[in-house]
Write a protein that binds this ligand. Structure first.
Ligand code: CO
Length: 682
């Protein structure tokens, strides 16, 4: 290869007025979107972007990315900011640099495929509010999910950037699925759809320098739209990959301003500007101007967010990404879920099961939402399967995937897994092969009707349509029907300085430490007593460390529902549990013997574990989405009783036996712990 190094160095004056390079590298800045999304949970506020907005507009970026799914979600959910307003506000300060957004194709800025009427309205309103470049991706690289949004982007004369999600099955590019031919053929598909540019989207930082070199070379030879590289720093390879991509002739590269760079974010712009200085790919950026922006970001913005940075380890790279190809966010979710289940020791089983599940589910790329779908199903398999049966607990999202609701997978889904997943599936047992949105009913009119008393314009309606619960709550905040919670208010620099002072004092050992009594660990000496107070029965564990008895735990288990207010108890009050809180279920507090409560009408007592019959226990901690059955309903074994949401995935829990529902212990929206009895069948 004689032309492998296209970068030429020309001796020149390196001042800011240096001559324009022959083929300057274009840069898209991600500070206002992926930067704060990657480093501090997308909590960046518009007010912290404004102080540098005009200066950023002067840099000469090809585009500034400032909007996307996570920004839309976080702004209205946590920050009490109207996402649409951010586009209009920043546009007032940034008149020259095009704005770019990350669009989840038919998933828009949410987590499911929306109907075509909503998708059209969303893109129209984004364009009208000032969006210029629509970076569009689909988690399965199924470009049928692009069709509706792309037609609107084109109608509005905006820039359609098509993404290829970068994925691997081997330690390096290659293998049967994600090889060089795959990427070339995807790029050709995008060109045929009218892509104005093509982005290699490496969301997990997996792309290796020599692989990206090969891809960029191949794409430059195969298609004509400019080639753009988006690679996260996560694994530590991205700076090297950037340079190799530049040598291969990449047109545009994504970076962040240095305070918002590295770790799971992106390489910083400044070293790249310096590295290319005086070459034929010189960006032409004024490094001193960049330095001025950095000072403001560092001193005025970062202090408000640094508490959100993950400082759990010193290393700024994550080699798990290289070992297991699990994106950073996905890995921490898996670890959290295992920890909640007291099953962290099974992490190696999860690593082993993950490639198997991914392959069975069609070797999908691991990116939102497929990374979650594959990850949670893997954990379910590790925790609940046995030697005789796999996929014992299949999430609703895996069922949707098997049905074809997300689109076409890279390889066919394992037919046995698919058949099992679709048994009794509500939309049908036969998977679809058409474009997923074709089976979706229009939804915009219903959304309009739902919030006709609250929404003032189409933007409001769309916010609600995509986020029905949090969107509606936001509209109430926005129009003064409800007060936003105090934590939605921005933190001020004064508050931060005061906190920093406290931290300093603590580090010097000058803060008085609050002494907290911790419950001692239970030992073999623990003895269990049954205690009866009126109609209520308590199981109390007692043990003696050095003389005086200490109550280790207390669990209330009424034998039968109390029928009226308790009379002043003759028995001594049940001992208060020592911290921590008693195990669930959180039953009403034990009656106080001294103060007789005024007679209350008999309320049905919560039916608890003591009801006789076969209990259905929560196999994992989570939130009750809904019960499918009511007390008194007849059920047969295997029928869905409860939908439990864990880690954003829905799990259908089925009846453990034939019989009648005797008790239902929680309701929709309740959080439950592992092993809580959700209902009882007799
Ligand atoms: Co990204």
């Amino acid at each position: 290869m004689s032309d492998h190094n296209q970068v030429k160095i020309t001796p020149m004056d390196y001042s800011k007025d240096r001559p324009t390079a022959e083929n300057p590298l274009k840069i898209e800045d991600l500070t206002f979107r992926d930067g704060h999304q990657s480093l501090f949970a997308t909590r960046g506020r518009t007010e912290d972007m404004i102080p540098v907005a005009e200066m950023m507009d002067e840099v000469g970026f090809w585009a500034v990315e400032m909007w996307g799914g996570a920004t839309f979600d976080t702004m209205h959910r946590f920050l009490n900011e109207d996402p649409w307003e951010r586009i209009r506000t920043l546009k007032r300060y940034m008149t020259k640099t095009p704005f770019s957004m990350l669009l989840r194709a038919q998933n828009l800025v949410g987590y499911r495929n929306y109907a075509d009427d909503l998708a059209r309205a969303f893109v129209e309103r984004a364009a009208e509010n000032g969006m210029d470049i629509f970076r569009t991706f689909d988690a399965l690289n199924d470009y049928r999910n692009f069709e509706t949004v792309v037609s609107v982007i084109k109608e509005y004369g905006k820039h359609f950037q098509g993404c290829i999600c970068y994925s691997m099955t081997e330690p390096r590019m290659g293998g049967e699925v994600y090889n060089i031919d795959y990427y070339v053929s995807k790029a050709k598909d995008l060109e045929a759809m009218g892509a104005d540019s093509i982005c290699i989207k490496d969301m997990a930082g997996l792309i290796a320098p020599y692989d990206v070199y090969e891809i960029v070379k191949a794409l430059k030879a195969a298609v004509s739209p400019p080639i753009h590289l988006h690679s996260h720093f996560t694994s530590g390879m991205a700076s090297m990959s950037h340079l190799k991509a530049i040598e291969a002739g990449v047109d545009i590269i994504d970076t962040c301003m240095s305070p918002y760079a590295f770790r799971t974010s992106h390489p910083a712009v400044e070293p790249l500007v310096m590295a290319l200085l005086g070459t034929n790919r010189d960006t032409g950026f004024d490094i001193k101007h960049l330095a001025k922006i950095n000072v403001i970001l560092e001193k005025e913005a970062m202090p408000k967010y640094k508490h959100l940075l993950d400082d759990s380890k010193v290393s700024i790279i994550d080699i798990n990404v290289l070992l297991h190809q699990t994106p950073g966010g996905m890995l921490s979710n898996l670890v959290n879920q295992l920890r909640e289940m007291d099953a962290l020791h099974k992490i190696d089983d999860v690593y082993k099961e993950l490639p198997r599940v991914r392959k069975e589910l069609g070797q999908v790329p691991l990116v939102t939402p497929t990374s979650q779908i594959v990850g949670i199903q893997t954990v379910n398999n590790v925790l609940f399967d046995d030697e005789d049966e796999r996929y014992k607990m299949i999430t609703a999202q895996v069922k949707d995937l098997c049905y074809g609701l997300y689109g076409k997978t890279a390889v066919p889904i394992d037919p046995d897994v698919q058949k099992k997943a679709l048994k009794g599936y509500e939309r049908g047992e036969e998977p679809i092969t058409c474009r997923p949105a074709e089976v979706l009913e229009p939804e915009l009119e219903k959304a309009k009707e739902d919030v006709k008393d609250l929404a003032q314009d189409l933007d409001d309606i769309i916010t609600y349509a995509i986020y029905p619960i949090t969107g509606k709550r936001f509209l109430k905040w926005k129009y003064g029907h409800e007060d936003p919670p105090p934590e939605a208010k921005p933190r001020t620099l004064e508050e931060i300085n005061a906190e920093d002072e406290l931290v300093k004092l603590a580090k010097l050992g000058r803060l008085v430490k609050k002494v907290e009594k911790k419950a001692p660990p239970k030992t073999d000496a623990l003895r269990t007593f049954s205690v009866f107070v009126n109609d209520e029965y308590f199981e109390v564990g007692v043990e003696e460390p050095g003389g005086s008895p200490i109550i280790s735990y207390i669990q209330q288990m009424p034998v039968q529902p109390p029928v009226s207010a308790p009379a002043p108890a003759a028995a001594p009050a049940p001992p208060r549990p020592a911290a921590p809180a008693p195990p669930r279920p959180a039953a009403p507090a034990p009656p106080k013997p001294a103060a007789p409560a005024p007679p209350k009408p008999a309320e049905p007592a919560p039916a608890l574990a003591a009801v006789e019959g076969t209990p259905l226990k929560a196999p994992m901690p989570g939130m009750i989405v809904k019960y499918q059955k009511q007390v008194g309903d007849a059920v047969s074994k295997g029928e869905t009783m409860v939908i439990l949401e864990a880690m954003k995935m829905e799990n259908a829990l089925t009846a453990p036996a034939d019989g009648t529902v005797k008790a239902i212990n929680f309701s929709s929206g309740d959080s439950v712990a592992k092993d809580d009895v959700l209902c009882v069948i007799e």
